[in-house]
Write a protein that binds this ligand. Structure first.
Ligand code: SF4
Length: 374
């Protein structure tokens, strides 16, 4: 397999392409909301997966699910103190006997979840280890559409080592990535060991982070955790998701994901069901955003949809301001274009009007949000 890239990211090159990305860490709004992420990018702090890999946990592979989750919850409670000690230089990375780290425990729990899949809210219950496929049609291997240094992400992420996997837990009729999410292309399978080499190359070519995206990364939680077991570079992990993952997945992500890059798509379950076939979206999204803020750092993407300011943009932005704080970093996105089956809903057959963009900005302002991505 050829892991050489067609790009070489020199400082000069990406400075030219994205000058806003070059000095973005000097922006106090960014440095205040993403201090740990910036520390990892600058090599001053350790990615969470390295810390979790260094924490010894005494567990037995024959124990019940309940017992393993109990041990996991206990360790998760202790995790912030352990991370603090690493951040302050009071602890050093240690080799833990293989199969006995906090990360190993997460991998075992994720493996068991594969047997009755409930990584996302849909909880299909299929045994993916036996070849059964659920709603997302993802299997046992990482199915990768592409990987590259993404120059189009938020400035603090660029250059972003983005890995696009196939399949998704939602079916948005307006999906901007539908060829990947709906398996129009089937991608290439990667073992965890092969993906370790990809991520290492991305890091060595100057990427600031590993950006796990799709489709959605949720169905591949087990595979990504296995990648972390073999990865020996300090790289910030970015979970770039639709927010439709289960409580159990949220707990596995804690102590693994450094930066949550979460979509907040709908302000009402009615529209989540009609447009994305995603029942209970509001409950999942609000729970996962709250957990993300507790367990890591957060950037929220709100794609403004034509005709949806009152029903979606307004309640979402208000909820963010009231529950996550007015300094939450929010990317209010105006680039919607009709894709895939968007024609099925009349209001989605066009781009945003100038008035709708101005109205969305006014809603953000009225909500008090003061850390919008420029
Ligand atoms: S990740 Fe896929 S198989 Fe698992 S519950 Fe979600 S949609 Fe179903």
């Amino acid at each position: 397999m050829d892991f050489s890239f067609s790009f070489i990211i020199s400082f000069t090159m990406w400075k030219l392409i994205r000058p806003d990305a070059f000095n973005v860490f000097e922006d106090p709004r960014v440095s205040r909301s993403l201090p740990r992420y910036i520390g990892i990018v600058r090599g001053r702090k350790l990615a969470k997966f390295l810390i979790s890999r260094s924490i010894g946990v005494d567990f037995d592979y024959t124990s019940s699910d309940e017992e393993l989750w109990r041990i996991h919850s206990k360790r998760l409670e202790e995790y912030p103190k352990i991370e603090y000690e690493f951040d302050e230089g009071l602890s050093k990375l240690e080799e833990v006997e293989r199969g006995r780290s906090f990360l190993d425990l997460k991998i075992e729990l994720a493996r068991r979840m594969m047997k009755s899949c409930h990584f996302c809210v849909r909880r299909c219950g299929v045994d993916r280890l036996e070849g059964q496929k659920g709603y997302c049609r993802c299997g046992t291997e990482l199915n990768v559409s592409s990987f590259f240094a993404h120059m189009g992400e938020e400035p603090e992420l660029v250059p972003s080592g983005t890995v696009f996997t196939c399949g998704c837990s939602m079916r948005c009729i307006l999906c901007q990535n539908w060829e990947i999410s709906q398996w129009k292309e089937s991608g290439t399978t990667y073992s965890p060991r092969e993906m370790v080499r990809v991520v290492t190359s991305l890091k060595n070519n100057g990427c600031r982070n590993l950006n796990m995206v799709g489709g959605d990364p949720t169905p591949y939680c087990w595979q990504w955790l296995q990648v972390m077991r073999g990865l020996d570079v300090n790289i910030a992990t970015v979970w770039n998701s639709n927010s439709y993952y289960s409580q159990e997945t949220a707990e596995l992500l804690a102590g693994f994901v450094d930066l949550y890059l979460l979509d907040f798509k709908y302000g009402s379950n009615k529209h989540a069901e009609e447009i994305s076939d995603a029942p209970m979206y509001w409950e999942a999204a609000t729970r996962n955003h709250l957990m993300a803020k507790r367990q890591g750092e957060l950037i929220i993407r709100v794609l403004v949809l034509p005709g949806h300011n009152d029903c979606c943009t307004r309640p979402i932005l208000r909820w963010i301001a009231e529950n996550l704080g007015v300094d939450t970093r929010v990317n209010l996105m105006f680039q919607y274009r009709p894709e895939w089956r968007a024609y099925e809903r009349p209001e989605l057959r066009r781009r945003l009007s100038k008035e709708e963009m101005e109205e969305a900005l006014q809603i953000a302002k009225d909500s008090g949000l003061r850390n919008l991505v420029d």
